[in-house]
Design a protein around this ligand. Sequence first.
Ligand code: NAG
Ligand code: NAG
Ligand code: NAG
Ligand code: NAG
Length: 277
Amino acid sequence: GSRIKVVVLEGSDAVLPCSLSTKEKTEQKLFNWKKVDPNKQEVFRYDGGNHYNDGQDEHFRGRVSHFPLELQSGNASIIIKNTLVPDSGNYTCDLFLQKKQAFSIELVVGAAPKPLIHVLKITEDEARLKCEVRGAFPKPKVEWRDGDGNILPAEEPQVSHTGERYNITLLTTVTRTNSSLFHCVATQEEIGHVTEDKLYVAFSGTCGKVITGWLGGCFIGILSFALVITGWLVATKTIKIHSGRLRSANSSSEETTAPGSETGPEELRVLRNSSVV
Ligand SMILES: *[C@@H]1O[C@H](CO)[C@@H](O)[C@H](O)[C@H]1NC(C)=O
Ligand SMILES: *[C@@H]1O[C@H](CO)[C@@H](O)[C@H](O)[C@H]1NC(C)=O
Ligand SMILES: *[C@@H]1O[C@H](CO)[C@@H](O)[C@H](O)[C@H]1NC(C)=O
Ligand SMILES: *[C@@H]1O[C@H](CO)[C@@H](O)[C@H](O)[C@H]1NC(C)=O
């Protein structure tokens, strides 16, 4: 008949179905589950009330069982507990009645790790962002998207794999004209799974740093910084903006770096416009 496909995520249990449409009792019969690749390993064997572990492949030891009560209605399904990515593949269920009946089931055990975004470099106008997905199966499609969900241009993905699992790295450079919210999205169509990481990038004109998750932190950061600066201005009375540094006219010509080392010239300009008398 047609192939049945079972999809689960790694670590969960998978029921591989195999049952007779006639619902003929199978308690006194023989059935045999094998995994086709790589070499027809024995998965589970039942023979008229006994099930055997002797021929069973080590990989499946202690993880597979059948449903004794279901045998009354011709149901020889099995459950594989705590599935692993290498359990993925094609299985056969052979039921020996008057004649053999064979069933084919495809199992896909997916691993869907969350992508992780790293900021490689950030300047006033540009940010170079790296997205990494490690240990995924099946191979995900990885994309950069903006806050509206539009796909952003990115470099050729770097793909490597260990066994079934894929590592994918995708680099992009975003500019201050692009939206400030960036998503890295990993899509695994075969298992119907989508996962993402997101990042707010506030270029130095706005805030001068990168905030993961919540833009509010940026405004709070600016606000408290502005309060500190305002207080300091009142105390020193005069201030001159000189190539990105603050110089007090009262004290000597000694240069003082503004509090908050991530402060850039842009930010000072913004603050001066808004909070300096
Ligand atoms: C066979 O048994 C399994 C486990 O109880 C169940 O999930 C499945 O629906 C049954 N199949 C049929 C056709 O009844
Ligand atoms: C399972 O069998 C189908 C059909 O023969 C094939 O397309 C598919 O690649 C197989 N899956 C695996 C994991 O070998
Ligand atoms: C993929 O990433 C994992 C986890 O960091 C690492 O152990 C493995 O060596 C990487 N595989 C390849 C082929 O780069
Ligand atoms: C950002 O926007 C500019 C102009 O709108 C566009 O040319 C560029 O490709 C975009 N960059 C990314 C990474 O999307």
